[in-house]
Design a protein around this ligand. Structure first.
Ligand code: COA
Length: 171
């Protein structure tokens, strides 16, 4: 059975928190952080896209994007461990990038732990490129973040880096 993607709503916060604590031990988001994000996800002035993946009534993944002033930021993305490697992370990221286009983002940024090579590979396949580090970004572990960026292409010969071009580029 393939998980279906849909907008995340407030009643998804509890099951999402269950996954969050399992997948981000040490720096899991609080319920308040999700409530605050979802408060900006609806209506004509929405600046957020939060999506969940649901399979047989169970939440198996989620992801969120914030947009402001033509800049998108991947806030979070996570998939239940038993679903890793099935393409669900790619589907969630595709959803976020589609909404980044709708929010008219010229570029999308994200932070990822320097030791999280699996996530980095996912982002690279979508054309994200490393642009720098944020030292000690993840606390309390004091782990550095790699900052990655996807830009709308200005070079028609190289569309791979376009926010609008959200296909996976296996390398
Ligand atoms: C990072 C994360 C979201 C990736 O999710 P995922 O569902 O495993 O991602 P995908 O399946 O799309 O891609 C991962 C791998 O599966 C492979 N894959 C993609 N589609 C596939 C398919 N249909 N069948 C088999 N394998 C597939 C990809 O090639 C990729 O392989 P690789 O590891 O060799 O690069 C997930 O590992 C996760 O939740 N990690 C913990 C939380 C986290 O670190 N989040 C990122 C914070 S910045």
């Amino acid at each position: 059975m393939t998980a279906g993607l849909r907008e995340m709503r407030w009643w998804d916060i509890e099951p999402v928190l269950g996954l969050e604590r399992e997948l981000f031990p040490g720096d899991a988001w609080s319920p308040g952080m999700f409530w605050s994000e979802l408060a900006h996800a609806r209506g004509p002035r929405a600046t957020r896209r939060y999506v969940v993946a649901e399979e047989a009534g169970r939440i198996v993944g989620y992801a969120g994007l914030a947009a402001a002033g033509g800049l998108g930021d991947v806030q979070t993305i996570a998939v239940s461990k038993d679903q890793w490697g099935t393409g669900l992370g790619s589907r969630l990221l595709t959803d976020l990038l589609g909404h980044a286009s709708a929010f008219e983002c010229a570029e999308v940024l994200l932070e990822v732990r320097v030791d999280n090579t699996r996530a980095q590979k996912l982002y690279e396949r979508f054309g994200f490129e490393p642009i720098g580090f944020r030292r000690g970004y993840y606390q309390p572990g004091n782990v550095d973040a790699l900052v990655m960026r996807l830009t709308t292409t200005t070079d028609p010969a190289n569309p791979a880096n376009s926010v609008r071009e959200t296909e996976i580029h296996h390398g």
